[in-house]
Structures are given as structure tokens and as C-alpha cells.
Design a protein around this ligand. Structure first.
Ligand SMILES: [Zn+2]
Length: 141
């Protein structure tokens, strides 16, 4: 089963409405991080132009932890959170390669475990840990 089918099933199984625009949003966000503008443009190509529907669906997806908002270099991106083999809503490491504006993901649960178990977190209930790394490619010498 591919990733988007898993999302569709989650919506179906929890009796949430899987509308055409919700379906399209999941398809468009699969395997990429998009700003609102980029998301809007991708949906327009599919004939979905209603901005308030996009906002409402995003709001809904974020509450359901289906989509997360991430900030990289002051820009907000939307990212699928659930069932993504690279991360969940609670564990995110994103690397922004500045040369190309490319966003890649790192999957390393031990880093999150290390932080969660750190003595300074002992009295805290963590909502989420999100890590953003800004980098540039090493130049060959
Ligand atoms: Zn991501």
C-alpha cells in the first residue's frame, strides 16, 4: 500500500470525510514540502481554486496530525506527518540545503530519544521535537 492510500484509509476508518479536495491535498503533498502558495498552485492545476477550502482542510489536517507545519528559514512549509517512513508528527529532522533550496529528511529516532530522556526534560511532557538544520554542500578543495 502506498503512502497516500494509508492516509485515505485513516480518514475513512475514522469517519472523516474524504472529499475530493482533501484527497488532492494529500496527493499533492506526498513526498514534498510545499509552501501555501505552492500548494495552492498545485491544487489549481487540478481545478481546485477555493482558498478558504484549502485553509479549512489544512486546519483540519493539522488538528488530526495528518499534516504538520514546519518553519525553515522563516518560510512555512506543509508536510505530511503520518505514516511517513522518515518521520511522524512528533519527530522531524529537516535539512535545508541552501545551495538548491532543497529540503531533505533525516530519520534517526535515537536523536529524539536522547533529547526526550535528557535530564532537563524530566519534568516536561513534550508535544513534539522538530529539528531544522541549515546547510550548504561542501566545496571540493
Ligand atoms: Zn518532512
Amino acid at each position: 500500500m502506498d503512502i497516500k492510500e494509508r492516509y485515505f484509509n485513516k480518514l475513512r476508518s475514522e469517519n472523516m470525510r474524504l472529499t475530493r479536495s482533501r484527497k488532492a491535498m494529500i496527493e499533492v503533498l506526498e513526498n514534498q514540502h510545499l509552501t501555501f502558495k505552492e500548494l495552492q498552485r498545485a491544487l489549481a492545476k487540478r481545478g481546485l481554486y477555493n482558498v478558504s477550502t484549502i485553509y479549512n482542510n489544512l486546519d483540519f489536517f493539522i488538528k488530526q496530525k495528518i499534516v504538520v507545519e514546519i518553519y525553515i528559514n522563516d518560510t512555512k512549509y506543509y508536510d505530511l506527518a503520518m505514516g511517513n517512513p522518515m518521520h511522524s508528527a512528533d519527530s522531524h529532522i529537516h535539512v535545508m540545503i541552501r545551495d538548491t533550496n532543497e529540503i531533505t529528511e533525516v530519520n534517526s529516532p535515537d536523536i529524539f530519544e536522547y533529547i526526550s530522556n535528557h535530564p532537563s526534560m524530566k519534568h516536561l511532557d513534550l508535544d513534539h521535537i522538530r529539528i531544522t538544520i541549515s546547510a550548504q554542500k561542501k566545496k571540493d578543495i
